[in-house]
Design a protein around this ligand. Structure first.
Ligand code: SF4
Ligand code: SF4
Length: 287
């Protein structure tokens, strides 16, 4: 697969002021429960992953994309699916959306962000669709630590794992997914949320394991404690601690430092809020 990262605003610091991305919010459900996540908020002014003003069907998303391309000033070079749940807890919607977008535009960069639980079965088709960038969030490579982060892991509707068993199950799926992605030549980014007292002493182990698997880049993000979650009372890491962590692991794996922690329906240049025009187009697309 030929990968041109120079036009991906998240993977290339020089592209972030020139090229825009759109997240299509087609994946509402999630198949794991992270102690830092709350997807119940639905606020147009809140900017963080898991938040969207609405959810679209694949057909609505494809139409909305055409509208948005005409509404924004910057060229949209990347179409991503990042929730508001997990793309592969909603695999039919996710894959159908990617197929439609690719059928309409052979050049656009396709990008996915997942927790990795149910990603592996879809890697080959992702590669066939020329999905060039995939992010997997890995917050622990030790199930004892993972058990503190994940309340439950549900690979199938009638199968739920908890505690270390759940964390081990998730980790095995993540490792298999990353292996398959790299085998298909896909650029892989690892998102890692740094949670003080939970996994902040464990980051270099995660980084080393990911480097061993051949991943391309890591994005360490400070925990943002969100109201209504088990981790609401945890302290967010200080910027100094984040800087030291990145400094320490940079030699092992390149570090991304300009992630804007976008909403699941973000549009345009990184760091810029969705305009009212976009907001209206999104709501209209859903009706
Ligand atoms: Fe929330 Fe993402 Fe975790 Fe699912 S995988 S619970 S959407 S943070
Ligand atoms: Fe890019 Fe980070 Fe925004 Fe995802 S959340 S689109 S990686 S800047």
């Amino acid at each position: 697969m030929t990968i041109d990262t120079s036009m991906h605003p998240c993977f290339s610091a020089s592209a972030k002021h020139k090229f825009g991305r759109i997240h299509l919010p087609v994946a509402p459900k999630c198949n794991i429960s992270c102690n830092f996540c709350n997807r119940k908020f639905d606020c147009a002014n809140e900017s963080r992953p898991g938040v969207t003003s609405t959810v679209l069907s694949p057909a609505q998303a494809a139409l909305y994309l055409q509208k948005v391309k005409a509404l924004v000033e910057c060229p949209i070079t990347v179409v991503g699916i990042a929730g508001p749940g997990d793309p592969f807890a909603n695999p039919e919607e996710t894959m159908e959306t990617l197929r439609r977008v690719r059928a309409d535009d052979s050049q656009i960069i396709l990008c996915i962000a997942s927790n990795g639980l149910n990603l592996e079965p879809y890697v080959e088709e992702l590669a066939e669709l020329q999905t060039s960038h995939v992010t997997v969030t890995v917050n622990a490579v030790d199930p004892k630590i993972g058990a503190k982060i994940y309340r439950w892991v549900r690979p199938q509707p009638n199968k739920v794992y908890r505690g270390e068993e759940g964390a081990q199950y998730l980790l095995d799926c993540q490792l298999a997914s990353i292996h398959a992605l790299k085998r298909c030549g896909i650029t892989v980014k690892i998102n890692t949320i740094v949670m003080p007292g939970v996994n902040d002493h464990h980051i270099s182990e995660i980084t080393q394991k990911m480097a061993d698997l051949g991943v391309d880049i890591q994005n360490c993000m400070a925990l943002v404690p969100v109201e209504g979650t088990p981790f609401a009372e945890l302290d967010a890491p200080e910027p100094k601690q984040m800087m030291e962590i990145r400094q320490q692991i940079r030699q092992v794996l390149p570090q991304m430092s300009h992630c804007a922690r976008c909403r699941a329906d973000a549009v345009g240049l990184l760091g810029e809020a969705n305009s009212e025009l976009i907001q209206d187009a999104l709501i209209e697309a859903a009706t």
